[in-house]
Design a protein around this ligand. Structure first.
Ligand code: PEP
Ligand code: MG
Length: 318
């Protein structure tokens, strides 16, 4: 079965009955983009750009960033790149960006909130991405956005750059989206969907914040299951709001490669799954095993349960 999956890895992600679901790769380093393509990734669905900032003693300058992003873009040969802007703070400190000691770093200055305290860093990153992606599809996404106000602050910087940079010197096939990883943004997805170009659900943080369980907790993290019906309802709200406005939705958290979850996510209407490069052939094989009607029935069954254990039991029994 693994061999079969490997041999079919360059086929487009589709269910047995033809529903298109893109399968992209999560990358922690631009140097891994070529390997992801070789494993059948249809693009990069999440580039965690933190690596680039962690690898330097101060924020990398414009040219350093352009060169790094180009490495991934070149390897992708025209496939889309979804790059997440810097997502540090909280559990991922940056030595040269001191954050005051916090009692609850996961609820503190992190993600977009931290980025907006030094907008010139975000601005340089956005500029580098736009310049690096001339002639190729670029999707930029903002981490940990909690509502439309944070999105608008970042979008104001982005819009100014688009106006400043001559169209021949920057990406023109470009979208700006947000990650859905804070419950408020899923609950308010209709208001966000009106202004963003796409959503990508970060199920690792969305599960952590919905269930109030630290994703790295030594004893509790096993209970932080993204197949919890509360999390699934938030994903459903996100997809419904996006599709009502003609926007697309990806899932880039761990749940996207969970064998039991793949049909549920497809049944909820997710348009793209972004998983570790190693998992790409297997996720495509799983898609080929299911019909959309069955996926929808599984999603409905999962949503009707009261706990994650009940969801897994019900899906396995089916
Ligand atoms: C997530 O939270 O699901 C996610 C993809 O982002 P990260 O794991 O980098 O926080
Ligand atoms: Mg996250």
């Amino acid at each position: 079965r693994e061999r079969e999956a490997w041999e079919a890895r360059f086929e487009e992600g589709r269910t047995r009955d033809g529903q298109r679901v893109e399968v992209a790769a999560n990358l922690g380093n631009t140097a891994h983009a070529a390997d992801a393509v070789e494993r059948g990734a249809e693009g990069v669905g999440l580039l965690r750009t933190e690596f680039l900032f962690m690898a330097h003693a101060s924020a990398p300058d414009l040219d350093t960033q352009i060169a790094e992003y180009r490495e991934a873009i070149t390897a992708l040969e025209g496939r889309p790149l979804v790059a997440r802007t810097l997502d540090v703070g909280g559990d991922k400190p940056l030595p040269y960006w001191p954050v005051p000691q916090e009692d609850n770093p996961f609820l503190g200055l992190r993600g977009i909130r931290l980025a907006l305290t030094q907008p010139e860093v975000l601005e340089t990153q956005l500029r580098a991405l736009l310049i690096a992606a001339v002639g190729t599809p670029l999707r930029i996404m903002l981490p940990m956005v909690k509502d439309i106000a944070e999105f608008r602050q970042a979008k104001a910087i982005y819009d100014r750059l688009l106006a400043e940079l001559p169209a021949t010197e920057r990406a023109t096939d470009v979208q700006l989206g947000v990650m859905i990883e804070v419950p408020s943004s899923a609950l308010l997805a209709p208001s966000l969907a009106a202004e963003v170009d796409f959503f990508s659900v970060g199920t690792n943080d969305l599960t952590q914040y919905t269930l109030a369980i630290d994703r790295g907790h030594p004893e509790l993290s096993a209970q932080a299951d993204g197949l919890h019906p509360a999390v699934l309802r938030l994903i459903q709200m996100t997809v419904d709001a996006a599709h009502a406005q003609g926007k697309w939705v990806g899932v880039c958290g761990e749940l996207a490669s969970d064998a039991t979850a793949v049909p549920v996510l497809v049944g909820l209407g997710v348009d793209e799954l972004s998983v570790s490069a190693r998992q790409v052939p297997l996720v495509k094989a799983r898609l080929r095993d299911i019909d959309l009607a069955e996926a929808r029935a599984q999603a409905e069954l999962a949503l009707a349960q009261a706990t994650s254990e009940a969801v897994r039991d019900a899906l396995e029994a089916r």
